[in-house]
Design a protein. Structure first.
Length: 228
């Protein structure tokens, strides 16, 4: 897939963060789970609980200077062990997930996630990010996925492995478009490794969502592009 085609098809990206995290994002950027653990440096048992197994509940790290950081649960990985590619361990795949920052490519998919039963009960911070600006800065590091890689709710979920993440230029967009048709998503996730420290520079809008709908605009850049 060409980068220009990705920008034309998806001019805006969406990232869902925990409620109240916009000030921390402004200060430190978007951090992967691995980056948060490295920053907060919990003791080894706590580090293993976050990084080495599927998290069944959300975990909050706290620091007198940094403040609290909420690490989301991974309950959608219900049948991970049964959905791994041959030769891939659960630890290898969890490492791939924990070391990435994730973006959705459509507001429709974002809305579906935020309206899920458990998410609808909570408030969230949602960033809308300019795709072209992000690719201009990080294009060589961006990888795409055709699935919601953090969800294996069914035993029949597509097989998972680290190679599910593919560089933009190598991503088989046309094959996925043919397979899913015009109404399906040829690309589901856009990811970056470890952290995006300057995400504020590429952010167009920040909203607070509650009950599955946006209820407050926390930030909006002048002359924001039309969302896709």
């Amino acid at each position: 897939m060409r980068r220009g085609d990705l920008v034309r098809e998806h001019p805006m990206l969406y990232h869902m963060a925990a409620d109240g995290t916009w000030p921390a994002i402004q200060a430190r950027g978007l951090l992967s789970t691995q980056a948060i653990v490295d920053l907060y440096a919990p003791p080894p048992p706590g580090r293993a609980e976050i990084l080495s197994v599927v998290r069944r509940t959300a975990i909050t790290l706290d620091d007198p200077v940094l403040g609290p950081a909420v690490i989301r649960d991974q309950t959608p990985l219900r049948f991970l062990d049964e959905c791994l590619q041959p030769g891939t361990s659960a630890q290898e795949f969890l490492h791939a997930l924990n070391n990435r920052v994730f973006f959705w490519l459509t507001r429709q998919r974002l809305g579906t996630l935020l309206n899920a039963r458990l998410n609808r009960q909570l408030a969230h911070t949602v960033l809308s990010v300019d795709t072209g600006e992000l690719l201009a800065r990080y294009g060589d590091q961006v990888q795409l996925s055709p699935y919601n890689t953090g969800s294996t709710y069914a035993r029949t979920s597509p097989r998972r492995g680290p190679d599910i993440f593919v560089d933009v230029e190598e991503y088989p967009h046309d094959a996925w478009r043919a397979r899913r048709g015009k109404t399906g998503d040829a690309v589901v996730e856009l990811t970056l490794p470890y952290s995006v420290p300057d995400i504020v520079d590429m952010t167009v809008r920040v909203e607070r969502w509650a009950g599955g709908v946006p209820v407050e605009t926390l930030f909006e850049r002048a002359s924001a592009p039309v969302t896709g």
